[in-house]
Design a protein. Structure first.
Length: 435
């Protein structure tokens, strides 16, 4: 398993990782997925939206149990966000095969396309199109930084952009979905646990703020004669931080586009993207409304993901199976602890969990888990959340991240914890495939 993580770690690495959807690095990883599926004798299918499905058994006869994640990355991101879930899915299947387990229902591994939305601006594009949340006409018209539309990029990759859209046939094959993911916070570190289960995903969205002014010469235009849109943008960044703190949510301006973009020109247009999230939908929406009113910018909502509470019965069942598997692996010494990654990634300082009860993925030490592994919320979006919102029974397994850092090269997971995650995932799949 660890060898697969290291193998994938070579693709798209530029200090951090640059694996935009449908880029050469992404296409290489998709080919790797195809080869791994073929090596195990799985039936491979690419749906109309570019998502990959590797099946053991026929899901058209009975909806199956599916696990997996994604292989694309945020720009300059880490090695584990996404790929850990895909690699662990294959490793869990191998573990079940080694035990001689024969699933009583179809078992699938999914690789969703463009989960991060780094290239075209809309996260979870593949699962949103699959479930009908994202309008296919809008998707085809999305453009990247070079001005290429998603439709253009798909054509160059040999796909038909006209096929995009809700796919009831593929969706009907998924009876239940379990996604393993590296934790993107410090909840499991604080809980002292290698593996946990998700309780919920915070509501979150992205908005584009367009600040318009007048382009002019940076050297010959007096300050009093300028209409510089960078100034209201800067004030909005500061207001966002203050308003987020006041409302108990988080807000981030992490992407900026300036036109004409010259060092010696006053901008004529500043476009900035706001990411806002929180445990309360009303507070997130109120924050955006407040900033829209005070900024004077034209504001466009580019994506919105409602709050997702994972099914309690499925979550508790998963927590029980995962806890039993982790305990068994630890007692037998088969967690793979000898396979150290050798990483020098920074470790978090010891100490109690954050006192702020709104902190995402930090609630496990305060909210007792209903099962033997911690149950904690997350402020990160995932394909599992999109499927859950569409009515597909879904759940998530988290693997501890000792740095607590994600969307950064410092994102990390220890080999021993990853092996425990695979044990937990295999036990979960075994349990679900018997029902």
């Amino acid at each position: 398993m660890w060898g697969a993580i290291e193998h994938l770690g070579r693709d798209g690495r530029t200090g951090g990782y640059l694996r935009d959807a449908w880029s050469p690095a992404d296409l290489e990883l998709r080919e790797w997925f195809r080869q791994e599926a073929a090596r195990r004798g799985l039936d491979l299918h690419e749906d109309r939206n570019g998502n990959l499905w590797a099946w053991r058994g026929d899901p058209s006869r009975r909806p199956g149990v599916v696990t997996g994640s994604h292989l694309d990355s945020v720009r300059q991101g880490g090695a584990f966000d996404g790929p850990l879930g895909v690699v662990s899915a294959f490793a869990a299947l191998d573990l079940l095969d080694a035990r001689g387990f024969r699933p009583g229902r179809p078992l699938g591994i999914a690789c969703f396309t463009d989960e991060e939305g780094a290239r075209f601006g809309v996260p979870c594009t593949g699962s949103r199109l699959l479930t009908g949340v994202l309008d296919p006409d809008r998707a085809r018209g999305l453009t990247d930084d070079d001005g290429s539309s998603l439709a253009d990029v798909l054509r160059r990759a040999g796909r038909d952009p006209g096929a995009l859209g809700r796919d009831d046939e593929t969706l009907g094959h998924v009876g239940v979905f379990v996604e393993l993911h590296v934790e993107q916070g410090r909840g499991l570190v604080h809980a002292g646990a290698p593996v946990g289960v998700a309780s919920a995903i915070w509501p979150h969205g992205r908005w584009r703020f367009d600040f318009r002014g007048r382009a002019d010469h940076a050297g010959t235009t007096r300050l009093e004669d300028r209409d510089d849109p960078m100034l209201p943008f800067a004030r909005t960044v500061l207001r966002a931080r203050e308003a987020a703190r006041r409302r108990g949510v988080v807000a981030t301006f992490g992407r900026l586009r300036v036109s004409p973009g010259s060092a010696n020109a006053i901008p004529g247009l500043v476009s900035a993207w706001l990411d806002a999230r929180g445990g309360d939908t009303g507070a997130v929406r109120a924050l955006v409304a407040e900033l829209a009113e005070s900024s004077g910018a034209e504001v466009t909502e580019e994506s919105w993901t409602p709050a997702v509470d994972f099914d309690a019965a499925l979550r508790d069942r998963l927590a029980s199976a995962a806890g039993t598997a982790v305990a068994a692996a630890l007692s037998s010494g088969s967690s793979g602890s000898s396979g150290s990654s050798g990483s020098s990634a920074r470790r978090p300082a010891a100490g109690p969990p954050a006192e702020d009860p709104r902190h995402p993925e930090g609630g496990s030490a305060r909210d007792p888990a209903p099962g033997p592994v911690p149950v904690l919320p997350t402020g990160a979006g995932h394909d599992a959340g999109i499927l859950a919102a569409a009515g597909v029974p879904s759940a998530m397994v988290f693997v501890r991240n000792p740095t607590g850092i994600s969307h950064s090269p410092e994102e990390h997971a220890e080999a021993s914890d990853c092996h425990l995650g695979v044990a937990a995932l295999a036990a979960t799949l075994e349990e679900l495939c018997r029902s």
